[in-house]
Design a binder for this molecule. Structure first.
Ligand SMILES: [Zn+2]
Length: 322
C-alpha cells in the first residue's frame, strides 16, 4: 500500500465521488461569513472570570526584533510555530474578574486604535452580557497602548464610565515624567504622547497603586519590571484556587516561552525582562499554576512546563461547564 499523500487523498476522494455517481451538493445554508464571539469563562474558587478577546495585530518585525539573537534563529522559531517571518501574531486578551462583590477589568485592549483586526472588546462584552457601565474597577498592568487605549474611545470619552482606574505607581512615575519623554528616542515619543492623551485630563480620577498591594479582595499586584519599569502581574486567589496573570512577561509563548533569554526590541530593560520572565515562569511551572498571558493565543489561559531549553505553554482545553 502506497503512503497516503495530500494529493492522493484529494484524487482518491474525487474518484470515489465519481464512482458513486454523485454530484457535490450545494450547501443549503448560507455561510456565516464572520467569527463567533471571543469570550471564554472559567472559575477560580468562587470568582467567575471572563476572557475577552480584543483581536490581533500582525506586528511587522525585522532583523532588529530580537536584540540578542541572530535573525536566522528567530526565523527558525517562527517556522517551528507556523508563523511568517515578517510578522508576529500578537493577540490581545483582557480579563474580567467577577469577585461576587466587584467587577474588575484587567487591562483594556486597544480601543480600536492599533490595528483594523483589533478593537472587539465592546462587541465581546455585549456577547458576554456585561455592560461597560457595570465595571467597578480597571486595573492596568503597564502603559503600552494595547493595554491602556481601551480606557477611552477615539473621541476621548471614557468607555467604562463608572470604573475606578488603578495604575502602577512606577509606571506613572516613568512615563508621565516630561524629562524622561524629552530624553527618549524620537520613535518612542508617540508612546509618551499617547499616555498623556489617555491620562492627563483624568489624572485626578486615577488611583496609583504600589505593586505588592491587594487592589481588590483576592487580587494581589506583583512587581514584574523589565518589559517596562512598572510592569505588573497579578495573583488572583479564591478558595483553594489561584491564577497568575502574567501580563506581558512574555509575548507569544511559541517565541518567548521557548526562548526565554530573548530580549525584544520593545522591552525597556531587556536583561531585567528576561530575569523577571524566568523567575515567574519557574514559579508557575514548579507550582503547576494556572496562568494567563495578555498576548497568549485566545483564550490565553493554561499552564507552563519547564523543558530542556525553556518553557512550553500548554493551553487549557475548552471546558463546557464552569
Ligand atoms: Zn502588550
Amino acid at each position: 500500500m502506497s503512503a497516503l499523500t495530500r494529493r492522493s487523498l484529494i484524487a482518491g476522494s474525487a474518484v470515489a465521488t465519481l464512482a458513486a455517481g454523485a454530484e457535490p451538493l450545494a450547501a443549503a445554508a448560507p455561510p456565516a461569513g464572520k467569527q463567533a464571539p471571543g469570550i471564554y469563562r472559567y472559575k477560580i474558587g468562587s470568582f467567575e472570570l471572563t476572557a475577552l478577546y480584543d483581536g490581533i495585530w500582525y506586528r511587522p518585525i525585522g532583523d532588529k526584533f530580537i536584540r540578542n539573537a541572530p535573525f536566522t534563529e528567530v526565523e527558525h522559531a517562527l517556522d517551528v510555530a507556523f508563523m511568517p517571518h515578517d510578522k508576529l501574531e500578537t493577540p490581545f486578551t483582557t480579563l474580567i474578574v467577577n469577585t461576587g462583590k466587584k467587577l474588575v477589568l484587567i487591562d483594556t485592549g486597544t480601543g480600536g486604535q492599533i490595528a483594523p483586526t483589533a478593537g472587539m472588546i465592546g462587541d465581546n462584552l455585549a456577547a458576554a452580557g456585561i455592560s461597560p457601565k457595570a465595571v467597578d474597577q480597571i486595573v492596568i498592568s503597564h502603559f503600552h497602548p494595547d493595554h491602556i487605549n481601551g480606557i477611552k474611545d477615539k473621541d476621548n470619552a471614557l468607555i467604562f464610565a463608572n470604573a475606578e482606574i488603578l495604575v502602577p505607581e512606577p509606571e506613572w512615575a516613568y512615563w508621565m515624567d516630561d524629562a524622561t519623554m524629552n530624553a527618549a528616542p524620537a520613535d518612542q515619543k508617540l508612546t509618551f504622547l499617547n499616555q498623556r492623551r489617555i491620562f492627563s485630563d483624568i489624572a485626578k480620577q486615577v488611583t496609583r497603586y504600589t505593586p505588592g498591594k491587594e487592589v481588590a479582595p483576592g487580587i494581589v499586584t506583583l512587581a514584574a519590571p523589565g518589559h517596562t519599569p512598572g510592569h505588573t502581574v497579578f495573583a488572583i486567589h479564591s478558595g483553594e484556587q489561584s491564577l497568575m496573570v502574567l501580563s506581558d512577561t512574555a509575548q507569544h509563548p511559541a517565541i518567548f516561552a521557548r526562548h526565554p533569554d530573548w530580549q525584544a526590541a520593545f522591552d525597556v530593560d531587556g536583561d531585567q525582562a528576561v530575569a523577571t520572565r524566568k523567575k515567574l515562569f519557574d514559579r508557575a511551572a514548579a507550582d503547576r499554576m494556572l496562568v494567563t498571558g495578555y498576548h497568549f493565543p485566545f483564550p490565553a489561559c493554561g499552564h507552563l512546563i519547564k523543558t530542556a531549553s525553556g518553557y512550553e505553554h500548554v493551553p487549557l482545553p475548552w471546558q463546557p461547564t464552569l
